[in-house]
Design a protein around this ligand. Structure first.
Ligand code: HEM
Length: 183
């Protein structure tokens, strides 16, 4: 996973808790990486899961709630870091429809070795969108939080229903989103 995600996780913990708590969490982790995480670097997914695991243990929260909160936190940070990606859209549906392109064109341009998740879409009605997420990392609650963060960014209320199932023997997560304000 790219260093940018590790850096965002550190910011999430230090901004919501403290630098000391982050240091305490890191000191308990058994990390493969010994040097500091830098944005363009690529680090083992296991290190990210190790930090997340120790964070939820330290804070006494569920992994699902932690990932959802982290996802929600990330969106305004990404909007600030990549101003050209969210601003051209004025509603969450139009932006969400391009997230696969963002990961495979913009992110790949920036980080050749990125291994982003795969998103596909079904557009059953003007006020709905079904996003299918496929990744070996299975970060379903992170996706839920990111979707909620996107809705909040565009000041739109949504309802989302998540279904995890297998398609051709591969686990996927379907996020069926209804946009409650007009989009
Ligand atoms: C400005 C918008 C965005 C940018 C620039 C961006 C960028 C990135 C980058 C750089 C990674 C790391 C990839 C790697 O290490 O191989 C990543 C991972 C990820 N992104 Fe995004 N992202 C954006 C929006 C979104 C949105 C809106 C969603 C979901 C609705 C999303 C879902 C994910 C997930 C779940 C991962 C973790 C990797 C995985 O599950 O396999 N991203 N993204």
């Amino acid at each position: 996973m790219k260093g940018m995600i590790f850096n965002l996780l550190e910011d999430f913990i230090t901004e919501n808790y403290s630098d000391e708590i982050y240091e305490e969490i890191i000191s308990k982790c058994n990390l493969k990486t010994q040097e500091p995480f830098v944005g363009p670097g690529t680090y083992p997914d296991e290190d990210l899961f190790e930090i997340i695991g120790n964070t939820v243990e330290k804070l006494g929260v569920s992994i699902e709630d932690a990932l959802k909160a982290f996802g929600k936190y990330i969106i305004p940070k990404l909007a600030e870091k990549f101003p050209g990606l969210m601003e051209p859209y004025n509603n969450p549906k139009d932006f969400l429809k391009v997230i696969d392109n963002i990961h495979y064109i913009e992110v790949k341009k920036l980080y050749k070795d990125a291994e982003p998740p795969i998103f596909t879409f079904i557009n059953p009605a003007s006020d709905r969108l079904i996003i299918r997420y496929k990744s070996k990392r299975k970060l379903y609650s992170l996706v839920e939080g990111l979707i909620a963060g996107v809705a909040e960014y565009y000041k739109t209320s949504i309802k989302q229903i998540r279904t995890i199932h297998e398609v051709d023997g591969i686990e996927v997560g379907d996020f069926d989103i209804t946009f409650l304000n007009p989009v």
